[in-house]
Design a protein around this ligand. Structure first.
Ligand SMILES: Nc1nc2c(ncn2[C@@H]2O[C@H](COP(=O)(O)OP(=O)(O)OP(=O)(O)O)[C@@H](O)[C@H]2O)c(=O)[nH]1
Ligand SMILES: [Mg+2]
Length: 278
């Protein structure tokens, strides 16, 4: 689903997040493992305040494992727990669940009465980062949706994951950042921002430029190129020719070739590629 974010939408999303934040002990922030910087929204830090935070680097199967490790270390050094997760194959799901369960409950009423209540968690993230898939993996099978609990704002449902953990049934949607062009490009590469905001041929030109510099072998292998030339246009042309993507008159169809390359990248056909390093 492509969401267009107008100021009104952002204000509403922020209001909802702020309300929901009051009910929970821990925020599980989903980032795209390929772009852990660009898939963050600084507004979350502001909204989460002193709430416990766990970072999930989702789609780790599509990211460079060495770079993901470096990101995890960087977050740890900042005192934030970060976990590499593949929500489709359920990798890292148990570790995440255990981490959530260990969240200290700061709720004074519960502490005063020494009531042991479950940890309450909420998942947040930008569009298409994998919130729904992650929640499904986390929840697994033997789950019961619990009704409204006393003292909890009406309209929200809690999903009981195990005795000690409850999850808010709707994820918090963060809007993607629009603060600089590179961030915008990265968000388009991973399909979090609709392509309308950018010209696809520009997008793929930059992507090829990045791949030429950082993952030349991935390009060579996928598209049977004998050598990687410096000019992205030349590479795109070569790929279009090999694939037979031509327009009338025999010229390469840049648009179709660009769409194919972008899709290949998104589907992981070029291998495990991280676009951002810590
Ligand atoms: N390779 C890979 N794909 C994933 C993973 N998690 C989710 N996806 C895919 O990413 C796409 C988006 O997943 P969703 O769970 O719908 O993402 P979302 O954040 O709920 O998206 P919105 O509700 O539109 O904001 C789907 O095509 C999923 O199959 C993962 O760990 N690895
Ligand atoms: Mg969803």
């Amino acid at each position: 689903m492509i969401v267009q974010w107008y100021p009104g939408h952002m204000a509403k999303a922020k209001r909802v997040l702020k309300e929901n934040m009051k009910m929970i002990d821990v925020v599980v922030e989903l980032l795209d493992a390929r772009i852990p910087a660009s898939s963050q929204n600084p507004i979350l830090k502001e909204l989460a305040g002193s709430k416990h935070r766990i970072i999930v680097l989702n789609k780790e199967d599509l990211a460079n494992p060495y770079i993901t490790k470096a990101w995890i270390k960087t977050f740890h050094d900042e005192g934030i727990k970060a976990i590499a997760v593949d929500s489709i194959r359920k990798k890292g799901i148990n570790e995440t669940l255990n981490s959530i369960a260990q969240t200290p409950i700061r709720d004074s009423a519960a502490r005063r009465l020494s009531i042991k209540r479950p940890v309450r968690a909420m998942v947040v993230g930008i569009p298409n980062v994998g919130k729904s898939m992650f929640i499904n993996s986390l929840v697994g099978r033997n789950t019961a949706k619990t009704g409204n609990k006393p003292g909890v704002t009406k309209g929200n449902q809690w999903i009981k994951i195990k005795e000690s953990v409850q999850l808010l049934d709707t994820p918090g949607i963060l809007w993607p950042r629009f603060d600089n062009e590179e961030t915008g490009m990265h968000l388009v590469y991973v399909n979090s921002i609709g392509p309308k905001a950018f010209d696809i041929e520009d997008i793929v030109f930059s992507l090829i430029k990045f791949l030429t510099a950082n993952y030349p072998d991935a390009l060579k292998e996928r598209y049977n190129l004998c050598q990687i030339l410096d000019n992205p246009d030349t590479i795109i042309k070569q790929i279009g020719k090999t694939r037979g993507f031509l327009i009338k008159g025999g010229d390469v169809d840049f648009r179709k070739t660009s769409e194919t390359i972008l899709k290949d990248f998104r589907d992981g056909k070029l291998g495990r590629i991280s676009l951002e390093t810590p």
